[in-house]
Design a protein around this ligand. Sequence first.
Ligand code: AGP
Length: 609
Amino acid sequence: MCGIVGAVAGADVVPVLLDGLKRLEYRGYDSAGVAVLMQGEIRRVRKIGRVAEMEQAVKEAGLAGTLGIGHTRWATHGGVTEPNAHPHVSNGQIAVVHNGIIENHDEEREKLKALGYVFESQTDTEVIAHLVHHHYQTSGNLFKAVRLSLIQLRGAYAIAVIAVDQPDRMVCARMGCPLLIGLGEGAHYVASDVSALLSATRRVVYLEEGDIAELTRDHLHIEDQHGRHTRRPLHVSDVSLSSLELGQFRHYMQKEIHEQPKALSDTIDQALEDGLTSTLFGPEAETILRDIEGVQILACGTSYYAGMVARYWLESIAGIPTNVEIASEYRYREVAANPRHLVVTLSQSGETLDTLEALKYAIALGHQATLSICNVRESAIPRASRMVFYTRAGAEIGVASTKAFTTQLVALFMLCVVIAKLRGRIDASKEAAYLDTLRHLPGSVQHALNLEPQICVWAEHFAQKSHALFLGRGVHYPIALEGALKLKEITYIHAEGYPAGELKHGPLALVDADMPVVVIAPNDALLEKVKSNMQEVRARGGELFVFADLDSHFGEQEGVHVIRTPRHVGLLSPVVHAIPVQLLAYNTALKRGTDVDKPRNLAKSVTVE
Ligand code: AGP
């Protein structure tokens, strides 16, 4: 969603701002802008559309300066228009960029109007700009003006503020949205995401909830929410620039699909080196996991589907009661919590607001055992959790989650085996067998990737359709849901995922020759059941597209197309079956010519509710 970058330096900061905004594009946005202090004025350029268009306008305007802020906006309050794009400026004197949502903006807008402020946009952010201006007029101190303004505001924010008469100063603050400070040589930077700063610095400090920071070229001053001077630890980011670049690929989603064998083996490596032990989840894990009576998984979107797969594993292998819930539902429900249940949050970005808030709610309900499985180091959700497991998928840029999903699955599988061991449910030979399956998994995934030419032929057919159904059973039911989500997300084809046994309770009414039905048909205990469900589809003239394991002996017939996935890999089969549905969505999107990496209306990190 929205992205922030800012800099105060001894040289022109415009190239850093533009480079940073380009690196934030993956988060999803619909307009972009920068404001720079230049010749004693705040000069601003904003454009709807891509950063490249805004960059052109910046060049034409000849913008340059040693203090500046930039923003990519994903519209929430007010439409996608230039006046609504950030930075917002008050009376030519204060400029602000903001991520998040100010809840009491209407109330504050009225008060500011009464003071004579004129609003040019429909955004909540313009309220911040005028409020800071108001307090700056009376206090003459930018830091103080920001603090006084924030006291009046309710909601979530990460902000960066500059003033026309403070050429070497920027003030930043966060509450509910991530913000970090980059430390350079005679320069300081601010960004919502470390990737925005990689070409300038890798040395960063993460602001904590309620922190306000003042940055000059060579000085950084941070105060916590109680106004106490504080220091935050220095981190050196290990995100590689190459992981953020496309290389030989046409799209990030394509790159990320094909990176899965490596992402999986990097994530599994930790277990192959040290065994499937509780230390994978941190030093405290053994004590915590030994005591738990159940598991509550919280997540959104694709991460939620990973949680659904894990429930099958946790209940069958570890014999532990498991509940999985969409975070945005859990956080507003009166939950009958059992504090002895382990709360597992799943999030690629670690920033998803609903998941973060659900975690905070669970903690408030008394849950002390919390584990975050996350792909982004030092992001908000792991920071709020007691135990953390980082998947090693590398940066995921495409809005459609792929390698994060499959690496979450192996992380959850490892968690399940660790809990099963602690509960005495599996012996050493079983553990060795699971390790062996994990070891061979990247190879099976590579085999599934090699099916792409056959999947491309199907994609031609799907590209002409308006609807599709995905069916699966048991542990593969969530893969049907994931296949449907991938297809709708990037091709805009309406798709639904169903447990195949549920078909005759309603969705069968939709089946006709125009409704392609994708079936996930692994060679497991439910295969014969799935075959019966397929008959129900064929009998109504529906066309079947079946992903069947090599050893499941499926034959092609009229109206039944089959692609053979690798030999059944046992319990980890959902990881392998995730690959063909990703490839089907990607190749169908290519044929339809949609914006694969930045599908309409969506954002990579969903930092608002
Ligand atoms: C998946 O393709 C999506 N773009 C989306 O559902 C995503 O998985 C969801 O927003 C959760 O994100 P997170 O894993 O970063 O928390």
